[in-house]
Each structure stands twice: as structure tokens, then as C-alpha cells.
Design a protein around this ligand. Structure first.
Ligand code: FAD
Length: 293
């Protein structure tokens, strides 16, 4: 597997600006997100505070940004990253069907909604998982439920069904994708509570109760600390220094995920700083390796 110089997670203003700067510095990188960009960019009816573009609409701004990255041959990899592991000197990133390796990572995942299902934080790591690719082997032959809120959750559920004995697939949010594996039973209902003792043993929906050994919760946005184990936060936002460095060496963060104010230009500016800091880190790492050899 070819190791990238950098992986950028999130195609909003922060991730896009980071990508533009890495491209100019001729670094190899993957930008993970949606080709339609962050929904938030296009939501603003009118934007008065974007320097040089007074009165631009969110949709127009999204079109300008799309054109900018496309014009620089920056491809957006349409995959959701469910887990980032520090491997000592590089990072491994898991999607529903593939793993990527990168020397550095820039988290540009946007603001995270702190609302969760009752029992979710208590049972995290004890039957609650956010990553089917990572944790499926723990449920070989067992019964699990998938709360499928993200668009690619169906794909991840099919992978899980190849390992687990039985999978309840419960689509929610904007996700309407269907699954076809014989081990999957699609159910409609709203998840109310995850129950158990030492580990998860049941899921309560508004329509019925299910006996399960595990609950996979697949959302478009995963809480930063769940995405990267060991990541330090302040009030739910990623702790960064002025160079957008996190507490994990080689891992940077930019934009709304680092705190308020939630604004386009702040996000883009931080994306630029994160990219330049990542380049500096790559150069230092290369120098150290040359010295050691
Ligand atoms: P986002 O734009 O939220 O982008 C993050 C992206 O990362 C998302 O697409 C998300 O799906 C993706 N992502 C998250 N996790 C993963 C993962 N694990 N794998 C892959 N992708 C992932 N700001 C202004 O300055 N002026 C305004 O007038 C203004 N108006 C606004 C109006 C509305 C209605 C809203 C909602 C916001 C407005 N904002 C405005 C705020 C602005 O939209 C945000 O500050 C900005 O979009 C933040 O950029 P970001 O790149 O940090 O995050």
C-alpha cells in the first residue's frame, strides 16, 4: 500500500483549503469527504463576511470552491473515515471497505453534534462501536444491530453481515439505502436506549426491543475522540496550538472541529495553517531520518 504524505478528513472550507496548500507544496494526499462538499457551505442564504465576495450565497460559494479544487486536479475521495489509528510514525485510516496509510492527518470534520442515544457513551467499547470494518471480528457468529445514519452505512452493514450471525439494519436520518445480504433483517424504528450489564445485551426502539450482543452506530460525523483514540479535547472541541497541532504528533486539526466562532474564513485559514504545519513536520521527519541513516 502506498503511504500518502497526508490524509485530510472532511471536504468543508478547512479541508479544501488544506488540500489547495498541500497541492501547491506538491505533497501526496487524499481528501476524504463528499464531492458535493460540506452541506454547511451551501446552507447560508447570503454571506456578508467572506472577504472579496460580499453578498455571495452559500450555493455560489460552494460552486466557487468546487471549481477551485477541480481546477487544481484535486480529487475528493468519497469515503467516510470511521477510525484513525496512530501506528508510531504514521497513521492508518479505516473506511467501510478499505484502509489508507498516511504520514500525517488533518482533521477538518466540522462541528460535532453532541446528542447521542441513551446508553451510547456508557457502553462505548463494551458493545457499542462506530466502525464495522474495525470491530466486526469481535462479533463473529453473534447478533448485532446497526443504527445506520450515514449514506455508506449499507455497505458497512453488508461487510458486517459476512462475519456476524445476524444483523438488524435500522436506517435513520437521511439514509434510505437498502441491503440484500441474507443475514440482514431491515427494521424501521427510532433507537431510544442501549441496555446491558457489563456489556450491551439489548436495544430498545420505539417500535420493539431487540436482544443483541452489539450496536454499531454509523453516522456521517463521528465525535473526534471516537474517531482518534487518545485525542485531547476542550469542551468537546479538539485542542490545538497556534500551528493547529493536536496532542498527537503528526495529527493536525482545523475549522469548526477546533472550536468557535464557526465561520468560513476562520475554517479556511486554519486549514491553510494546518497544511503548512504538516509540511514542516514532514520536512523535519525526513531530515531526522536522513541523519539516522
Ligand atoms: P464543515 O463545513 O462542517 O465540513 C466538514 C465536512 O467533513 C462535512 O462535509 C462532514 O460531512 C465531513 N466529515 C466529517 N467527519 C467525516 C469523516 N469521518 N469522514 C469523511 N468526512 C467527514 N459562516 C460564515 O462565516 N458566514 C456565514 O454567513 C455563515 N452562514 C452559515 C449559515 C448556516 C445555515 C450554517 C449551518 C453555517 C453558516 N456558517 C457561516 C458557518 C460555516 O458554514 C462553517 O463555519 C464552515 O462550513 C466550517 O467549515 P469546516 O470545514 O470546519 O466544517
Amino acid at each position: 500500500m502506498k503511504r500518502l504524505d497526508c490524509a485530510i478528513i472532511g471536504a468543508g472550507p478547512a479541508g479544501l483549503e488544506a488540500a489547495v496548500n498541500l497541492k501547491i507544496r506538491e505533497k501526496s494526499f487524499a481528501l476524504f469527504g463528499k464531492r458535493t462538499l460540506s452541506d454547511k457551505i451551501s446552507l447560508a442564504p447570503v454571506v456578508e463576511n467572506y472577504l472579496g465576495l460580499p453578498g455571495v450565497t452559500g450555493r455560489e460559494l460552494a460552486a466557487f470552491m468546487s471549481r477551485h479544487v477541480a481546477g487544481m486536479d484535486i480529487e475528493i475521495v468519497e469515503k467516510h473515515i470511521s477510525m484513525v489509528y496512530g501506528m508510531g510514525g504514521y497513521f492508518s485510516l479505516a473506511t467501510s471497505d478499505e484502509t489508507f496509510e498516511a504520514g500525517t492527518v488533518i482533521l477538518a470534520t466540522g462541528a460535532f453534534s453532541t446528542s447521542h442515544i441513551k446508553g451510547e457513551p456508557e457502553f462505548l467499547g463494551r458493545g457499542v462501536s462506530y466502525c464495522a470494518t474495525c470491530d466486526a471480528p469481535l462479533y463473529r457468529g453473534k447478533t448485532v444491530a446497526v443504527l445506520a445514519y450515514s449514506e455508506d452505512a449499507a455497505l458497512e452493514t453488508e461487510f458486517l453481515a459476512g462475519v456476524a450471525g445476524k444483523v438488524y439494519y435500522i436506517p435513520g436520518g437521511k439514509n434510505t439505502a437498502k441491503t440484500s445480504h441474507p443475514a440482514i433483517e431491515a427494521i424501521s424504528g427510532k433507537a431510544l436506549e442501549i441496555l446491558g450489564g457489563n456489556r450491551v445485551n439489548a436495544l430498545r426502539l420505539d417500535s420493539q426491543g431487540l436482544r443483541v450482543d452489539g450496536v454499531f452506530i454509523l453516522r456521517d460525523t463521528v465525535a473526534p475522540a471516537s474517531l482518534v483514540p487518545g485525542l485531547e479535547l476542550i469542551d468537546g472541541f479538539i485542542k490545538v496550538d497556534a500551528m493547529m497541532r493536536t496532542n498527537i504528533t503528526g495529527l493536525f486539526a482545523a475549522g469548526d472541529c477546533t472550536g468557535k466562532p464557526h465561520q468560513y474564513m476562520r475554517a479556511a485559514g486554519q486549514g491553510q495553517v494546518a497544511a503548512l504545519a504538516a509540511v514542516e513536520y514532514m520536512q523535519q521527519t525526513e531530515k531526522t531520518m536522513r541523519k539516522d541513516n
